[in-house]
Write a protein that binds this ligand. Structure first.
Ligand code: FAD
Length: 373
């Protein structure tokens, strides 16, 4: 039986492990953390990720399909309406959201017990013995540093972000609100709570003694339910991360028998909500490539050829989405952008992103079941 070692038990690493297990490989995931905890509150999953998860055979019971929403300015004036039915027609699936803990839980359920070893930090890829090693160790990948020592480190995107999951006493819609250089997004989860995030242009590394007080001061004048959400959030659940990306694309996602995947390969800013979705795409393509040939080197070459252009174009699109959206600061440019968006019919805005999310995964070949007499 072919053997793979996956370094990193995040969304990408676990998805890769599921894909390889599905094609009959023996897989071990090595995760440095003492336990698998999902940092980052919630996550939106686009149709490309939903198709990929279906192909991998992952069932997510706690997925919340989004049904209505819109884009607003800070005063709550609508810029565009988000038409969920039109979105589904153009993208082929709904837009969904899930708590990250539920996503990690659903991925773990699709793996045989004992596949993941926690508290297992990999410091040298040379210590690992497998037919394929998957580097899924995230944006600050140690394996990337080891195998491409001169590759430039991730760079700051210019924006920082707060995230939390909060309960409100009333239901609310999916919504994104923009102001000069800032965005607040709200997305309902399956249990009635909402995942919300605030991203804004700021100096890297700037931290606040009382983050909730800072958010109240900065965003308290925005439309409801934003002040209400800030007030209802437990300070300990508030996450604050500066947003980095791999600014210089990797020349290859493969080095020898090591395949890079997810943020280790192509970390992008979250302005399209595609980083995790691309990691799941990587996983299904890797499994499909390895399922169609015994020649591992040829399969890895095939993986690289499919994934590099696709994921690097999504990185570029995410950077662009930030520049035109939450990072646009010039008040005149913001006013012009909002006026142009206001003129667009809902059916047209529902198509935005369909080029990325319309992607269809290849289907990995599963091994034939053992013959019974
Ligand atoms: C604010 C924000 C919002 C986002 N929103 C979305 C969204 O809505 N939709 C979306 O699709 N994406 C979103 N993303 C992006 C998404 O979170 C990432 O792209 C995704 O989590 C990457 O998964 P990964 O498995 O590649 O890396 P990670 O999740 O970083 O996992 C890497 C794992 O490797 C482990 N590790 C690291 N080094 C070692 C080592 N040496 N040995 C063993 N283990 C190691 C780490 O502990 C970690 O568990 C967002 C990101 C941010 C910052």
């Amino acid at each position: 039986m072919r053997k793979a070692i996956v370094v990193g038990g995040g969304i990408g690493g676990l998805s890769a492990a599921i894909g390889l297990h599905g094609i009959g490989w023996e897989v071990t995931v090595l995760e440095q953390a003492p336990e698998l905890t999902a940092v980052g509150a919630g996550i939106s999953l686009w149709p490309n990720a939903l198709r990929s998860l279906e192909t991998l055979g992952v069932r997510l019971d706690k997925l919340q399909e989004q049904s209505s929403g819109g884009l607003h300015d800070r005063k709550g004036r609508r810029i565009t309406r988000w038409d969920a039915d039109a979105f589904r027609r153009h993208h082929g699936r709904p837009l969904a959201a899930i708590h990250r803990a539920d996503l990690i839980g659903g991925l773990l359920d699709a793996l045989p017990a004992g596949s993941v070893r926690t508290g297992a930090a990999v410091t040298d890829v040379g210590d690992l013995d497998a037919d394929v090693i998957i580097a899924a160790d995230g944006i600050h990948s140690g394996l990337r540093k080891q195998l491409w020592p001169r590759h430039p480190a991730p760079v700051y995107s210019g924006s920082t972000a707060f995230r939390a999951v909060t309960a409100l006493p009333h239901p609310t819609d999916l919504s994104t609100s923009w102001d000069d250089g800032a965005e607040i997004g709200v997305i309902p989860l399956h249990d009635g709570r909402v995942y919300w995030w605030a991203s804004y242009v700021a100096e890297a590394g700037l931290r606040h003694e009382d983050p909730k007080a800072y958010l109240r001061e900065r965003f308290g004048g925005w439309h409801e339910p934003i002040p209400e959400l800030i007030d209802a959030t437990t300070p300990e659940t508030l996450l604050h991360h500066d947003l980095y990306l791999l600014g210089t694309p990797l020349p290859s996602y493969v080095k020898g028998r090591v395949a890079f995947l997810g943020d280790a390969a192509h970390a992008m800013p979250p302005f399209l909500g595609q980083g995790g979705c691309q990691a799941i795409e990587d996983a299904v393509v890797l499994a499909a490539a390895l399922s169609t040939t015994e020649d591992v080197d040829a399969a890895l070459k095939n993986y690289d050829e499919q994934r590099r252009p696709r994921s690097q174009s999504v990185v570029k699109a995410s950077i662009q989405a930030g520049k035109l959206g939450p990072q646009l600061r010039n008040p005149l440019a913001v006013a012009v952008r909002n006026s142009v968006f206001r003129l667009l019919p809902g059916a047209l805005t529902a198509r935005i992103g369909a080029g990325v999310s319309g992607w269809t995964p290849p289907v990995p070949r599963r091994p034939a079941p053992p013959r019974t007499r």
